[in-house]
Design a binder for this molecule. Sequence first.
Ligand code: ADP
Ligand code: MG
Length: 299
Amino acid sequence: ATPTALMVGTGRGAQLGILIKGPEVLESTRRVDTVVLDKTGTVTTGRMTLQEVYVVQDADEKQVLRLAGALEHASEHPVARAIAVGAEMGVPPLERSREWGRVEPLPEAEGFENVPGKGVRGRVEGHEVVVGRLIDVLPAELARAREEAERDGRTAVVVGWDGVAHGVLAVSDAVKETSAEAVRSLRALGLTPVLLTGDNRVVAEAVARAVGIDEVIAEVLPEDKVDAVRRLQGEGRVVAMVGDGVNDAAALAAADLGLAMGTGTDAAIEAGDLTLVRGDLRVAADAIRLSRRTLSTIK
Ligand code: ADP
Ligand code: MG
């Protein structure tokens, strides 16, 4: 490999909005046949909003939101931010927030604990509160609400306290406008796209369908994303991974080529071989095309 050709590739990369750790990075992309895409923040915008609050009959919707919001206030997860904002400002449609009148101050949470890939727990107003995927058994009404939300591609978050589920919050995230085009470009390069997420399978499949991905690996804990990549490599596949989150860092490092979204976390950017500066997934295909071209100049 002539260093000059690789340096040219690196310079062209910068023009396209691709930051390359070192010229040698381009070498590994040649044989890539599979591109693993993280869902939240990579294929979707990651900007989530609270859409709906479901409670069992006679239960207090405001209490469900207040306790959930108080806990989620301490978490930086996109789902958590949506819930905290929804609890303070109200939930669409707007009439409902107007009915509540004003911004609701949230109570303090004590003993806050983040359970990666699952949710949060802590003490609020004297209750042991859990928010996320920490309670499996739901009363029939809430089980139906969860199913309905997930069928619509929304993330269903269960709110419970003192060991009992009290409500379900539906949070939704939008697929980026450019994602379907990005997937088409990756396919045009002969690459197989795979969606990888900690989110529920039904939600993941709804997103995959929307962007044209057939292969879905869902309900993966953050520490297991790296194993999912290794398993694909174990099948003889050469894997590029695109991700943005702290929970993607190990997988980005283990992949044959790690592409970090420039709009993502520092942990992801440090772990990746390349950074897609503007966080535009379409540039992932440009990066792979560029490296193939650079390498064919050399060979
Ligand atoms: P992804 O792989 O899509 O980026 P994560 O692995 O971070 O998602 O989380 C997986 C799932 O765990 C989320 O879709 C959500 O259902 C749940 N979850 C994680 N953190 C929280 C939280 N702070 N509050 C509520 N639910 C959460
Ligand atoms: Mg993510």
